[in-house]
Design a protein around this ligand. Structure first.
Ligand code: TXA
Ligand code: MG
Length: 313
């Protein structure tokens, strides 16, 4: 495809020039691929919402190269710094109080008091951020409520030719979106991910809970149907008929045409990496239903179950 660009100095400069003109590109990160736009520009942010068909009330994560660049936009405290030192750059997103003088577009954070910020670890996106004079708003590169992309062909699967420039970073290392932690008011995980509540709790020396009730629009990504292949998903199954895709985990399941194993070795990290890839494959094979076995609910298994649950809504 002509819209896929390999990682090179020349292509990073091309990407930079597109972003300066307030246009949108697709980029790799260690979690999933994203759609990137200038976070200071209303024009860019509007383009992102339109492309994703994203509800106007679902705020975006702002991606930075480092702390220095964040200080104009958000208030930081000791707890944040402790977590930052341990986990950033990496798959952890912090919800912080936004500064009044911040140049971040109000459309990006839906006029909330807070902004969500992340320092991605993937080298390609880091090299790009380093070249820019503005941070990037980067939601996952899927149409709203669909499955997140983990490679360039997934982005094309979602947007066809609408995205003219996709930076190629191979397959996303983690394969699930970042953990989102609220640090403004009650400290709480809004979206589970690779950085678990135990890991965060160890650093803050405090028990960390995961938001369950979604009365408020705290993290709208958590509210409704999401991460969905567009076909019914049934959880905690122990079998499936031949017409139903059977999503399994571990070595006790026999190979068969309709059996899709997230990790034969029962490795949760591997299962996380394979989850979206496998759901997309099942969708594209035109299965009409998916049955999923019970997946262990610890470590990154918590995030896998969170996404499966929302996908099954
Ligand atoms: O791993 C990731 O975080 C990926 C990659 C591309 O970096 N990005 C991503 O963005 O998952 P997105 O837009 O698909 O999900 C953003 C999540 C949503 O659940 C949103 O509600 C939450 O972050 N969020 C953003 N700003 C927020 C805020 N101010 N307060 C609470 N939640 C916020
Ligand atoms: Mg998303």
């Amino acid at each position: 495809m002509k819209n896929i660009y390999k990682n090179s100095k020349k292509n990073l400069n091309k990407a930079k020039n597109i972003l300066i003109k307030n246009n949108i590109i697709a980029v790799p990160t260690e979690t999933v691929y994203g759609l990137a736009g200038n976070a200071y520009s209303d024009v860019s942010i509007k383009k992102i919402y339109k492309l994703k068909k994203r509800p106007k009330k679902n705020p975006l994560i702002i991606h930075y190269y480092n702390l220095k660049n964040l200080k104009n936009d958000a208030y930081i405290d000791k707890k944040f710094l402790k977590l930052y030192k341990k986990f950033s750059p990496g798959p952890l997103t912090y919800v912080l109080q936004k500064k009044n003088e911040s140049k971040i577009s109000n459309l990006a954070n839906c006029k909330l008091k807070t902004i969500a910020v992340r320092f991605p670890k993937n080298n390609i996106i880091r090299n790009l951020l380093k070249k820019l004079k503005f941070p990037l708003a980067i939601p996952s590169a899927n149409v709203s409520s669909s499955i997140s992309p983990v490679k360039t062909s997934d982005v094309i699967d979602e947007f066809g030719k609408k995205i003219k420039f996709i930076l190629d970073g191979g397959t996303s290392k983690i394969g699930l979106e970042s953990t989102v932690i609220n640090l403004y008011g009650k400290i709480q995980i809004l979206r589970p991910g690779d950085i678990t509540r135990e890991k965060i709790g160890n650093i803050l020396k405090k028990k960390i809970s995961i938001l369950k009730k979604t009365k408020e629009l705290k993290s709208p990504g958590l509210l409704k149907k999401h991460y969905s292949p567009g076909i019914p998903i049934k959880l905690n199954c122990d079998k499936a008929d031949k017409k139903t895709a059977f999503l399994v985990f571990g070595k006790k399941y026999k190979k068969s045409k309709n059996v899709f194993n997230l990790s034969v070795n029962g490795n949760l990290k591997e299962a996380a990496k394979n989850l979206y890839k496998t759901l997309r494959k099942i969708k594209n094979l035109n299965y009409k239903k998916i049955n999923v076995v019970k997946i262990p609910n610890y470590s990154i298994g918590v995030a896998i179950n969170d996404r499966l649950k929302r996908a099954s809504n």
